[in-house]
Design a protein around this ligand. Structure first.
Ligand code: 5GP
Length: 189
């Protein structure tokens, strides 16, 4: 049975996780994105139920109390993110393989949860300066939010060796091909 497998992407904001996940989802019909719940405000170009389940802090805390999350984190001060059990159940009900885009702590929790059914991939860029440039270019984050994301990237880098594979995202086209290769091998085993 393939459906209990999980592909987990972690790494700093701006490293390219979302682009890689989107590419894999378009090219691999057996994969389905695990939509997380979060409490940060919705950005332009995002929609509720597609990018995230946008919840109030009150709603999020109720779900924590009801044990509805597999994992959750206060990823940035005051902003909670988490993987709902109901989301995984709905992915499994469709006999699909879950693909995650979460922070490093959440990713390692999911890896522990799915054990050998998980492929955990750490995505990084050749240099942190490049991250700042990409975050500025995408024009969705405030200066404060960019600073938070760079500080977090530095911290998260220390966990890289706990992942099954690292993708160094220098040229996106090459990275996408490597990501597909990793997924192909993983799905065959
Ligand atoms: P953003 O606000 O840029 O969409 O995401 C911020 C960070 O939260 C990213 O590193 C993203 O991977 C992480 N994230 C998104 N969903 C989850 C989740 O369900 N759990 C955890 N632990 N992190 C998440």
């Amino acid at each position: 049975m393939l459906s209990n497998k999980a592909i987990i992407f972690c790494g700093p904001s701006g490293a390219g996780k979302t682009t890689i996940a989107k590419y894999l989802l378009e090219n691999n019909p057996r994969l389905r994105f695990s939509i997380s719940a979060c409490t940060r405000p919705v950005r332009k170009n995002e929609s509720a139920g597609r990018d995230y389940y946008f919840l109030s802090k009150q709603e999020f805390k109720e779900k924590i109390a009801n044990n509805e999350f597999i994992e959750w984190e206060e990823v940035y001060e005051g902003s909670y993110y988490g993987t709902l059990k109901s989301e995984i159940e709905s992915i499994w009900a469709e006999n699909k393989i879950a693909i995650f885009d979460v922070d490093v702590k959440g990713g390692l929790r999911l890896k522990n949860y799915f054990q050998h059914h998980a492929l955990a991939i750490y995505v990084k860029v050749p240099h942190l300066n490049l991250l700042t440039k990409r975050l500025l270019k995408r024009n969705t984050d405030t200066e404060q939010s960019i600073k938070q994301r760079i500080a977090k990237a530095k911290y998260e880098a220390s966990f890289e060796n706990q992942f099954d594979a690292t993708l160094l995202n220098d040229k996106m086209k090459v990275t996408l091909a490597k990501a597909q290769q990793l997924v192909d091998v993983f799905l065959q085993t």
